[in-house]
Design a protein around this ligand. Sequence first.
Ligand code: C5P
Length: 225
Amino acid sequence: PDHRPLYGRHVLVTAGPTHEPIDPVRYIANRSSGKQGFAIAAAAAEAGARVTLVAGPVALETPHGVDRIDVESAREMAEAVDGALPADVAIMVAAVADWRTRDVAGQKMKKARSGLPELVLAENPDILAGLAAGEARPGLLIGFAAETENVVDNAKAKRERKDADWIVANDVSGERQDSVMGGDHNLAHIVTAAGVETLDRMPKTELARALMARVAQHLEPDDSE
Ligand code: C5P
């Protein structure tokens, strides 16, 4: 038998940015690299889970043993997440765009002498909050939060507002900004109903393993071996 701690579990992970189209060649995006989410998917697979990774546009290889679904926009991501349910654990690491353009031009927009084009925005669905409120709510629902100030307090508020079980808060302030967004290291606080655990700054791959160890422990609290 497979004794790995997450054997038999389905873990759903989102990662990367989303691209919100403006016209056939232009989009709105953000600086998320997808590294932390991919590391978490890899760590979950290592721990024996069946893993579905819903990935925005990133230049990363699929981790071994992971089922990957590529998407572009937030709405596509929401649909792929929905289609991947049910899941025992969902970890929403993606930096989902808050807004999309309300209308997508069918043809490449042209420079006009008559003035500038105006982009009208519309709000994207909140995938994490939607999962929390949905009928197939995963047993353990984990969000990520990138914060530049009041990191822990904002994460606590976010945990309650979105009805997530845990929020992993990343400090992306000041000089850390370079290293966290796009870099290979992370500094995280894990905010749960029980309290806050602050981890050392460590490689994203290690943070992923540390998080999966806590997930496994949470799912089987009596399994002390
Ligand atoms: O509100 P904020 O974007 O900081 O929340 C971060 C958490 O919510 C992350 O886990 C992110 O993946 C998730 N989220 C989402 N859908 C959105 C916005 C955020 O799933 N539209």
